[in-house]
Design a protein around this ligand. Structure first.
Ligand SMILES: [Fe+2]
Length: 382
């Protein structure tokens, strides 16, 4: 089987990207879109530049801004109802992972039968939906350019991962001016999510010569610019570099896959409604230590990308340095040290084991863990 590099049709980066994206939407002849976002973003005026661009191009919109963190099946159904009632012909999503993932799921349901739960897993979607512009407001998930979405199935109490190329938005937009007001804690957690994407893609069983350079450059950029953006959110250069980092990480993992960090992070995220980036950041050094047993050379290269000097080190020593550097960066940007700081207890762990082992992200991990090993890793992360 050949390797596939998966990308949106168009990627627009930098100041002015929103206007260019809406111009493109207009050229597609689309007269009305469902504008999917969250209420905080509309309240803060972060969606205003998108609304103004739509108005300037005489494109009507129906605002669906009920999206909450960790969007649910119910929310997807509500968005679908609005899309159909308002006779929309396209999608514009504005936000981080939650609004964009929610829009991806509404788009699936607008052209496919049944329930969104029918499309869990890999390549289950038959029909691509209408034209889709995804405007990113955080430098983390890369949802604006990936084939993944994560929807919480509230009945099954789990995060459902849908992986399908038909979910890739037509246009991915990263305008750093939309990211200047992100709070430091969100900057930190989303930046650590991007770092996790890059590291998991780089050590993935699905890695490729075409994905390694983007993963390593993403790691280098996160290391250099995340502490600066956390300290000074208004630093436009730092925001721009982090947007590039998260996009590069997306280019890597969208084709190379993720791994055990994400498979495990989805579970406490679902049962305790925790920020995705924080769950990843807590698990990243612990799971990296586990994975480094199998691919130490790869982790040694990650250490170098994180600014470490690995010249005279063995692969195992370099890998250890990598893990220390991840811990140091995490602590520098204010990530909690363990899940117990977030109210999680040892008795919460058993419910996550089977779900983590069944998570589609696990397939690309460099080694497949046993249930006991996953339990042990969660315990270490408390
Ligand atoms: Fe992620």
């Amino acid at each position: 089987m050949s390797f596939a590099l998966k990308m949106p049709k168009l990627c627009l980066m930098g100041v002015g990207a929103i206007e260019d994206a809406v111009n493109e939407l207009s050229q597609q002849g689309i007269e009305k879109v469902l504008l999917v976002t969250d209420h905080t973003l509309t309240e803060l005026g972060i969606v205003d530049p998108v609304i103004n661009a739509l108005k300037n191009n005489k494109i009507n919109y129906s605002l669906f801004d009920q999206v909450t963190p960790n969007p649910t099946v119910t929310l997807v159904n509500q968005g679908l109802e609005q899309y159909q009632q308002e006779q929309c012909k396209g999608f514009v999503a504005v936000g981080g992972g939650s609004p964009i993932d929610c829009a991806k799921a509404i788009r699936i349901m607008s052209t496919n039968p049944g329930s969104i739960t029918d499309y869990e897993g890999v390549n289950q979607v038959k029909n691509t939906g209408a034209y889709f512009v995804a405007v990113n407001t955080t430098a983390g998930t890369a949802a604006e350019m990936t084939s993944n979405s994560v929807i919480t199935d509230e009945n099954a109490q789990k995060k459902m991962v849908i992986i399908d190329d038909k979910q890739i938005p037509d246009i991915a937009v990263n305008d750093p001016t939309l990211m200047l007001d992100l709070p430091a804690s969100v900057t930190a957690s989303t930046g650590m999510d991007a770092l996790t994407h890059a590291i998991e893609a780089y050590v993935s069983a699905g890695q490729h010569t075409l994905t390694d350079p983007t993963a390593l450059e993403a790691i280098r950029l996160v290391h250099q610019w995340l502490p600066i953006a956390v300290k000074d959110g208004k630093n436009l250069e730092a925001r721009d570099k982090l947007a590039c980092a998260e996009y590069l990480a997306g280019m890597a993992f969208n084709s190379a896959g993720l791994g055990l960090v994400h498979a495990m992070a989805h579970q406490p995220g679902a049962t305790h409604n925790l920020a995705h980036g924080v769950c990843n950041a807590i698990l990243l050094p612990i799971v990296s230590e586990y994975n480094a047993q199998y691919v130490p050379e790869r982790f040694c290269n990650v250490a170098a990308a994180l600014g470490g000097n690995v010249t005279n080190l063995s692969a195992a020593e370099g890998a250890q340095q990598c893990i220390n550097m991840i811990r140091s960066l995490s602590s520098q940007v204010g990530i909690p040290h363990g899940f117990s700081e977030l109210g999680i207890k040892e008795q919460d762990i058993p419910q996550w084991i089977d779900k983590a082992l069944a998570d589609p992200c696990l397939g690309c991990n460099p080694h497949q863990p046993t249930a006991d090993e996953v339990y042990h890793l969660y315990s270490e992360a408390l």
